[in-house]
Design a protein around this ligand. Structure first.
Ligand SMILES: Nc1nc2c(c(=O)[nH]1)N[C@H]1C(S)=C(S)[C@@H](COP(=O)(O)OP(=O)(O)OC[C@H]3O[C@@H](n4cnc5c(N)ncnc54)[C@H](O)[C@@H]3O)O[C@H]1N2
Ligand code: MOO
Length: 409
């Protein structure tokens, strides 16, 4: 634990571990399937029924016993029909055929479907222009899934595809984790809520809107605490009565005497786990707990705040909803242009990746200032360089994080 607030810095991995360890699992609730979209499953889900429930036809045509149509030119009388949705499965008499429609149960005694384009119907006499092969155009019972088969794992984020699948498997509702309640407070005398509110010398708050959006995209319930200026009373009042699973504060994490967040939180009883990590951008990240509530203090620079969100907030939300709290995925890419050596912090450089000769290629933006949200918004990747990495030439392999692989980022 760093209580000196000055010299010691910890690695991204250590910081993520400390943050994740402080996250508590939210409770669970049962939600009707359409409402469960985007939520995280609290239990594994099994099929309550098999699909299809019985052998069904995949085509409109005629059901036959394959042995009755061993060659083209056979003529069979039509003895009835099988339609989708009927309660009774009909029985096919040998030496006859039955009209059948897509999704209808295959009659007992039939084992092949000849599509209607391959027959000539003269009244009830059906002439087959194709040979019947056993199993042709039949979807066997349980082809899609069988009863009791596990269809989704605990911790899975439900997509629209899952919702359809679980409905087909007989579920009307599922147990999901509550959305973690995550509060966001922007700080700083210079920060205004909008252009209309901005006095001379102020800038418009970028971090709070972006963080609120990320919280929602990553499965949390966002609580907007607004903006507090650099004065103790405003910060205390913004936090008054707050009940949240995590508090995010942006700005005021650094060392200036106007950076009031840290001293105020400390006066309120915040127990610090760390302050400062070996990464760029995002060095002055702080983390601790205020009573039972974890508090993540993000740097005020917008790019720093958003890089830290990807590396720490997303995993933290995942832990609170039963996930493993892993960091973003790295992929290999070939450098298109040389890059400089890295300093004593891990670097997350704003970059562009593209496909070249079937593999990822990457180049970094010339401007990497952590205030430049315009560059971050244009970037589609971070190029990761570990602290102390030497210069790298065009053609060398490097690690990248593709931003369009991260939902909502
Ligand atoms: N002497 C030192 N100065 C600084 C250090 C340091 O180690 N020694 N670290 C620098 C680094 S790195 C960062 S990152 C910033 C972090 O500063 P704070 O977290 O205290 O943030 P502020 O000073 O309040 O703001 C920094 C920057 O970001 C703008 N900002 C703040 N909030 C918002 C917001 N909600 N929306 C848009 N922009 C925001 C603010 O106006 C400043 O320009 O400290 C360095 N300084
Ligand atoms: O770490 Mo600061 O976030 O470099 O700008």
């Amino acid at each position: 634990m760093d209580t000196s607030f000055g010299k010691n810095t910890i690695s991204v991995k250590e910081a993520r571990h400390l943050i994740n360890c402080s996250m508590r699992l939210t409770g669970t609730q049962e939600l009707a399937l359409p409402q469960a979209h985007g939520r995280v499953l609290a239990n594994a889900v099994e099929a309550l029924t098999q699909s299809p429930p019985f052998d069904v036809s995949a085509m409109d045509g005629y059901a036959v016993l394959a042995a009755d149509v061993p060659e083209a030119g056979v003529v069979l009388p039509m003895s009835g029909a099988s339609k989708a949705g009927v309660a009774m499965v009909p029985t096919l008499q040998r030496g006859t055929c039955m009209r059948i429609f897509t999704g209808a149960p295959v009659p007992h005694g039939a084992n092949a479907i000849i599509i209607q384009e391959d027959v000539e119907a003269k009244g009830r006499q059906i002439s087959f222009n194709e040979v019947a092969i056993e199993g042709l155009h039949i979807r066997k019972a349980g082809l899609n899934f069988s009863k009791g088969e596990q269809l989704a794992e605990k911790g899975h984020l439900l997509t629209a595809r899952d919702i359809g699948l679980l409905a087909a498997a007989g579920h009307a509702s599922v147990a999901v984790f509550h959305r973690p309640r995550i509060a966001v407070l922007s700080t700083g005398d210079e920060v205004a809520a909008s252009m209309a509110d901005a006095a001379s010398g102020q800038i418009v708050d970028a971090n709070r809107p972006a963080l609120l959006a990320l919280i929602r995209a990553w499965g949390g319930e966002a609580i907007d605490l607004g903006i507090a200026g650099d004065d103790d009373a405003a910060i205390v009042s913004a936090l008054d009565g707050l009940e949240a699973d995590l508090l995010l504060v942006t700005g005021g994490a650094s060392v200036g005497e106007h950076d009031r967040v840290r001293p105020v939180l400390q006066a309120l009883g915040l127990r610090f786990d760390f302050w400062k990590i070996r990464m760029r951008p995002g060095k002055p990240l702080m983390f601790g707990t205020l009573g039972a509530m974890p508090v993540l203090g993000l740097p005020g620079n917008p790019v720093s705040a958003l890089v830290c969100s990807l590396l720490f907030l997303k995993p933290a939300i995942s832990v609170m909803t039963g996930g493993e709290g892993l960091g973003p995925e790295f992929e290999n890419a070939r450098l298109m242009e040389p890059i400089d050596k890295t300093g004593n912090r891990d670097d997350y450089l704003r970059a562009m990746v593209e496909m070249a000769d079937g593999a990822l290629a990457v180049r970094v933006f010339a401007q990497q200032d952590s205030s430049m949200l315009a560059v971050l918004a244009r970037a589609n990747a971070f190029l990761f360089r570990p602290a102390g990495a030497p210069p790298a030439d065009a053609g060398e392999m490097v690690k990248v994080i593709r931003l369009n692989m991260v939902p909502g980022y």
